[in-house]
Design a binder for this molecule. Structure first.
Ligand SMILES: [Zn+2]
Length: 192
């Protein structure tokens, strides 16, 4: 009798990505959020910036979050989060890929996550099929192939062969960088 097994993998958050852009004061490029916003009201128009610190020299710079936004266009709760330097808002914007693209900087996710699995050992000969749910605590883009190698403890060649033969059924390409929850299935091995 084959019994389907299920496993949960979690991409745990170890820290925020570095914000990579030139510093005006030193040759450094890596920045961290300072934990604060600057909000300027000019009549009915609001400007909101996320404040950053250069990791090398501590120089403060700012990233525009809202520019000349009409006060009434901004939800009061959102405005309050900016005014109170809400840490959840800082975290969300510091990881926001579209803000990065809009503002012309890159996010470096190195060292921001680790994969935690409840799967102590996986054998490719396993006679049971296995469904794995992968949950992301943070939207770190991680190559699917790397997740599978790490989580299943298999080599790149083994993972590629199992995907090519249909043993591993995935909703994404191996080369894709996943950044949000997905699930995949490993079909039962021939076993014996
Ligand atoms: Zn600097």
């Amino acid at each position: 009798m084959n019994t389907d097994r299920k496993a949960l993998w979690a991409v745990r958050e170890l820290g925020l990505p570095a914000i990579v852009k030139p510093c005006v004061d030193c040759p450094g490029t890596r920045h961290r959020p300072s934990g604060r916003f600057r909000v300027n009201a000019n009549g009915k128009l609001l400007d909101v910036w996320l404040l950053l610190c250069c990791e090398a020299c501590g120089n403060t710079s700012k990233v525009p979050v809202h520019e000349r936004r009409h006060v009434q266009q901004l939800e009061p709760a959102r405005r309050l989060a900016f005014e109170n330097n809400d840490p959840a808002m800082v975290r969300a914007l510091a990881m926001n890929a579209s803000l990065a693209a809009k503002s012309g900087y890159r996010l470096d996710w190195t060292g921001t996550w680790r994969l935690e699995t409840d799967l102590p050992f996986y054998s490719p000969q396993d006679p049971h099929s296995l469904t794995v749910f992968v949950g992301f605590e943070l939207p770190a883009p991680i190559r699917v192939e790397r997740l599978l190698m790490s989580g299943l403890g298999l080599s790149r060649g083994e993972v590629r062969r199992m995907v090519a033969s249909g043993r591993i059924r995935l909703p994404l390409n191996l080369e894709t960088k996943a950044h949000q929850d997905f699930a995949f299935t490993v079909e039962a091995g021939s076993g014996s």
